[in-house]
Design a protein around this ligand. Sequence first.
Ligand SMILES: C[S@@+](CC[C@H](N)C(=O)[O-])C[C@H]1O[C@@H](n2cnc3c(N)ncnc32)[C@H](O)[C@@H]1O
Length: 418
Amino acid sequence: MRNVQKLAAGVLEAVLGGAALHQVLPQRLQQLDAASARGALQDIVYGSLRQLGRLDAWLAALLERPLTDPQLGWLLRVALYQLAYTRAPAHAIVHNAVAAAGPGWRRGLANAVLRNFQRRRAELERLADATPSARWSHPDWWIRKLQVQHPGRWEAILDASLLHPPFTLRVNARHGDVATYLRRLDEAGLAARQTGPDAVTLDKAVPVHQLPGFDAGEVSVQDAGAQWAARLLDARPGERILDACAAPGGKTGHLLERAEVDLTALDVDAARLARVRENLDRLRLRATLLEGDAAHPERWWDGRPFDRILADVPCSASGVARRNPDIKWLRRPDDVAQFAAQQAVMLDALWRLLVPGGTLLYATCSIFDEENDAQVRAFLARHPGEAERGTLPESFPDGSLLPDAEHDGFFYALLRKT
Ligand SMILES: C[S@@+](CC[C@H](N)C(=O)[O-])C[C@H]1O[C@@H](n2cnc3c(N)ncnc32)[C@H](O)[C@@H]1O
């Protein structure tokens, strides 16, 4: 356990220092032989990042003066996370963290902090609950933005963002229906329920290769909220479709599963585009893959207009913060305006590629207004008389997809070229 604690502390320090979680964590996971230790490291890193505001508040309350050793601080947060949120035996957590803390005063301090946490737990929970950034483990600016932009829903959004993200599959309609797949999951001993027209959510995440039919392309892992994109774009057989920010290809695959279309999958990132190819190969589906910048179609467009365009633009990812819990700590308030500016340029550029009468589906995994409704309103104001906003179907949940227990946060707007 000592090694796992130290590795977890190292990952947290690197990530909060600016390193990419998806690069640092796999490197550290490779240093562990036992699958159980790798599982524990993954859980501790994700869980600590999800609850970091609370862990910070506890640590600050337990220290008499600020720590001079940042590495010890990360180790203590890891141990606090384990004590509060895991089933590992408390004595082992404390014993190993104290040993990992190093000699001299570090050892004594680690011992005092962790034992005091156990003694003062109820008081510390109340203390954290009284401070929004600790209660919901989000930066203050993020919480204030949600309070202003979602006055009736901000607490529910933040509560949902502390949950473990659901593990949801998309059933490939070319292979069978949801009811049949639910029966196959049941036969495999995997409890699940339907959470969308093509979506089933498992009670517990499992490695994908344990899923019946995964290798044959019968299902894909995709959040139920993300599965609305293909349904809303509603591509018809034979149409020419542009998936303008396609990688890693989750929505590309869904579009192709639903209709025989002539699909171009564009992405600016060649490495990510390779993942589109891998995903489509598994699904045995075909598309034209193009590396290119959606903001500069003159560099890659062949001049033939598209009937429908999916613009699943890069965004703050504030709707999927529980899946990428480093994001909320690394984003700066200014980033949101920068994303919004980049999205506006991409929207205007892509709009020119759409056939008259065609539809563009604008999509983000953000819950911030600047990237969503305000973005669409500004677009309509820039294109008077040539664009109108389409209505989303009644089956679409509640007019918006704010994160909850069943799906992540997404935004969709249909734009029709008049
Ligand atoms: C939200 S992700 C897309 C997710 C994808 N649609 C899916 O469902 O799997 C945004 C993608 O936009 C790509 N991207 C960012 N800037 C771009 C640009 N200027 N042109 C094209 N793609 C871009 C990123 O590389 C990233 O893969």
